[in-house]
Design a protein around this ligand. Sequence first.
Ligand code: GLY
Length: 356
Amino acid sequence: MDTKLILPSRISSLSKLDRFLKQPRFASSRFFLFVDENTYSHCLPLLISKVAALESAEFFEVPVGEEAKSIEVAAQLWGALLESGADCNSVIVNLGGGCVSDLGGFVASAFKRGVPVVNVPTTLVGMVDAAIGGKTAVNLDHVKNAVGYFHPAAAVCVEPAFLDSLPDEELVAGFFEMVKTVLLSDAASFEALAEAVGQEGRVSLDLIKRHLNDCVAFKQAVVKTDPYEHSVRRMLNLGHTFGHGIESYLLECGTPVSHGVAVGIGMACALYLSVKKVGLDASLLERYVAMLRKMVDVPPFSLRDTEGILHYMRQDKKNRDGLILCVLIQELGLPVIDVSVDENEVRDALLSLHKL
Ligand code: GLY
């Protein structure tokens, strides 16, 4: 199924969503809204005031964050849907960040063998990444995204007004996903984003909003070309192999960083290896690291830390045949996927970070 991407223009995205949901194909549909505590307070009032089609929707509140992504929560939601008389014409509308859309998409993918889902992302990471591309998942035994399906949304509605109530930390997380996108796609936008980070490490919301549509459209184009991640979609993992290792290890150490910050540091490692292995111009690495340092305290990793991070990187589900595979970039807009990286190269990248 093709996903309808609803982007802001002179007409607001929420008005366009209202029109989308009033199409004859949804005439006999009931809508079920999934929210968490934050989006219930900060986003639901705006959604309901602008999308008349959802005025009589039933809503279910799910736990905030990764807590939501469990089989138990999914089972409760399936039970609640059954009790409310939901049928195969029902539509699930996810109002939230990546955790809500991962869970809600998963619930929708299996309920009555699959009902349509509409994503209304309320975080920047949700808008530029998680809500687009049909990946759904819950966690199992502390393994992130261990169980899930590809279940593309009928529509994704990107409404920038939701960013106005977002905490700084969430903006930083999403900003690194945007930087990832422009490293993969567009030299001019990389320079614009990198230069726009002020000395105090903040980025303006205006700038983010200006680049939002391009980043969303790029992700949509990539997943349309390779919906099941057999080839080019893997480029979207730039910085994530290192990032997941760093995130899991720092969590284990009791000094957690957000996923976005871990990916930001992970991208520095990937760019370092890009210079060494595929001839990336070192000045790009320097510009990236200068920007990263303004936003994030990059920890000086010790040899012991590198072993801990490697432990998690070896478990990355993108690896094959025991090799650690990374996305590197040859130049801005020219990624190389599935580059095999040996453990000493990983150690070198992590240990060199604080010297860059
Ligand atoms: N988050 C990467 C992807 O959707 O493929």
